[in-house]
Design a protein around this ligand. Structure first.
Ligand SMILES: Cc1cc2c(cc1C)N(C[C@H](O)[C@H](O)[C@H](O)COP(=O)(O)O)c1[nH]c(=O)[nH]c(=O)c1N2
Length: 230
C-alpha cells in the first residue's frame, strides 16, 4: 500500500448526510413523467461518472453504457417490449391480468435518452480477483453501477426507469452486442418535474413496501424478524 494514498475519512455534515438519504429515499422508477427536454452534457457526464465510480469485483469495471437517442432504435426496442409485455401479461391470472394491463411499465419513446448498461464478461481476463468463486460478481458489479446512476440522476432532477420486460435476444440483436457482452439494464432517462412520493406500484395497488423488520434476521434465516440491536 502507498501510505500517501490514505487520507482521513472525513465526516459528513448533517446536511450532506441528509442529502444522501434524501436521494436514496426519493429515488423513483419513472415511466410517465419524462419531460422532452434534452439532458445537458455536463449533467449526463456527472451521472455517468457516478455510475463509473461504482464498486466492482477485482476493480474490473465490467460495465459499458450505450447511449441511445436514435428514434429508430428506440422504436425497435419499444416493439420488442410490446411483444414481451403481452407474454408477461398472459402469465398473470384472474384480476391481476387486467390490472397488469393497465400499468405503464416503460417510457422508451417519451424519455429523450435511453441507456443500455452492459457487462463485458471477459473484462479483467480469465481470472479476476473476487470472481474466482462466484462467476456472476461481474453482473452484480454492473448493477452497483446502475444504482449509482439512478441515485445521481435523482440528485440531478433526472428520472430513470428500468425496463426489464425484454428478451435479451432482442436487445442483443437490436444493439449489435457481441456474445461476451450481457445487457444488464435497459434504462429510460429524462428530466422530471413531478415524482411519486412512494413506489408507483404501491400507489396503484399492485404491491406494498414491506417493513424493514421483516427483512432482517439475527444470525440465522428466519430466527427473528426484528431490527438489529444497537
Ligand atoms: C431489476 C429491476 C427491473 C425492473 C425494475 C426495477 C429493478 C430493480 N422496475 C422498477 C420497479 O418496479 C421499482 O423499482 C419498484 O416498484 C420500486 O419503486 P421505486 O423504484 O421505489 O419507485 C421496473 N419497472 C417497470 O415499470 N418496468 C420494468 O420492466 C421494471 N424492471
Amino acid at each position: 500500500m502507498r501510505p500517501e494514498a490514505l487520507k482521513p475519512a472525513g465526516e459528513f455534515s448533517e446536511a450532506e448526510r441528509d442529502a444522501v438519504y434524501r436521494a436514496i429515499h426519493e429515488r423513483r422508477d419513472v415511466r410517465s413523467e419524462f419531460l422532452p427536454d434534452a439532458i445537458s452534457d455536463s449533467v449526463l457526464t456527472r451521472i455517468l461518472a457516478a455510475a463509473h465510480a461504482a464498486p466492482s469485483v477485482g476493480l474490473s469495471q465490467p460495465w459499458n453504457f450505450i447511449l441511445i437517442r436514435d428514434k429508430g432504435v428506440r422504436a425497435a426496442i419499444r416493439a420488442a417490449f410490446e411483444r414481451a409485455n403481452a407474454e408477461a401479461q398472459a402469465l398473470f391470472e384472474g384480476p391481476r391480468q387486467a390490472q397488469y394491463g393497465k400499468l405503464k411499465l416503460q417510457g422508451i419513446l417519451e424519455a429523450p435518452l435511453n441507456i443500455c448498461v452492459t457487462c463485458d464478461r471477459r473484462r479483467g481476463g480469465p481470472v479476476v480477483l473476487g470472481r474466482t468463486h462466484d462467476n456472476d460478481t461481474d453482473l452484480y458489479s454492473t448493477v452497483c453501477a446502475v444504482q449509482n446512476l439512478w441515485l445521481a440522476a435523482r440528485a440531478e432532477g433526472v428520472g430513470v426507469g428500468w425496463v426489464s420486460i425484454l428478451h435479451q435476444s432482442d436487445l442483443r440483436r437490436i444493439l449489435g452486442l457481441p456474445d461476451h457482452v450481457t445487457p444488464v439494464a435497459y434504462l429510460c432517462l429524462g428530466k422530471v418535474r413531478d415524482l411519486f412520493d412512494r413506489p408507483e406500484l404501491e400507489a396503484r395497488g399492485w404491491d406494498r413496501r414491506r417493513a424493514l423488520g421483516s427483512a432482517v434476521f439475527q444470525d440465522q434465516w428466519g430466527v427473528s424478524g426484528s431490527l438489529p440491536e444497537g
